[in-house]
Design a protein around this ligand. Sequence first.
Ligand SMILES: NC(=O)c1ccc[n+]([C@@H]2O[C@H](COP(=O)([O-])OP(=O)(O)OC[C@H]3O[C@@H](n4cnc5c(N)ncnc54)[C@H](OP(=O)(O)O)[C@@H]3O)[C@@H](O)[C@H]2O)c1
Length: 260
Amino acid sequence: MTLEGRRVVVTGASSGLGAGTVRLLASRGAHVLAVARRADRLQALAAELAGAAGRVVPFRADVTSDADATAMVAAAVDALGGIDVLVNDAGSEVQGPIDALPQEAFEGMFRANALSVFLCTRAALGELRRSRGMVVNLGSTVVARPPRGRFGYVAAKGAVEAMSRALAVDLGRDGIRVNCIRPGIVPSELRGLTEQEERERFETGMHLGRQALSEVGDARDVAEAIAWLAGDGGRWVTGVIIDVDGGFSLGVSDPNPRTS
Ligand SMILES: NC(=O)c1ccc[n+]([C@@H]2O[C@H](COP(=O)([O-])OP(=O)(O)OC[C@H]3O[C@@H](n4cnc5c(N)ncnc54)[C@H](OP(=O)(O)O)[C@@H]3O)[C@@H](O)[C@H]2O)c1
């Protein structure tokens, strides 16, 4: 499926699922504004993808700032000529049960995961109306199946999911589609470990026992779903929550996933 010429903004592009999404979309011909705070990482990603079918333009922004969200949209217009697709991938997590979670950590998760969706989508509305474009928000499968000790993150991602459905209703008459992907547990830096450490947790069965499928998912699995929504196949799809999670949301619990 080609995404040739699609103009895409991906927040959270400096690592993990966001970087994987930039890689896949650019390889299919989309022109991408890659957004995050760590400019060095964005530069490295753009350099890595210099030979891709689509162009990758790095842009430093904090998505919890209204001024930065506005500047991000201006940069997309300047560099890409507009916006067809906005991928709200930026997010963060601090784990802990309610009595061990400082208020700043709770608020920080709502700012990075939920307020960012509000600010970036609002800033991009004019461009999305012009292009009759699409928004993809990154939720999480933990909303369907909350693990212990992650309630602040589950709450923030629940808000992302609710906003996706409400925005799909509000913006549908403008021809703007809004959808939400709920990834399962994918090795990344999100939980404060390195990707390698996270992979090792899968290998010891800590994560895998909670999935239906035996394979560890990766950023590309999530990016493929975003690419489908961003392409012609998703033309009539709005307001949906898509689990891309190896069956995590089914509630499997195997103590020895490698042998069962
Ligand atoms: N990996 C999983 O298992 C999983 C599962 C379900 C959902 N998700 C969701 O998928 C998304 C990507 O997570 P990931 O796993 O790829 O984690 P990650 O590697 O930690 O990536 C998070 C990204 O968000 C960016 N970010 C955070 N706060 C930001 C801010 N204020 N302004 C701009 N950018 C900001 C980070 O960039 P900078 O630090 O450079 O700004 C980074 O690029 C998140 O929304 C996450 O909640 C992940």
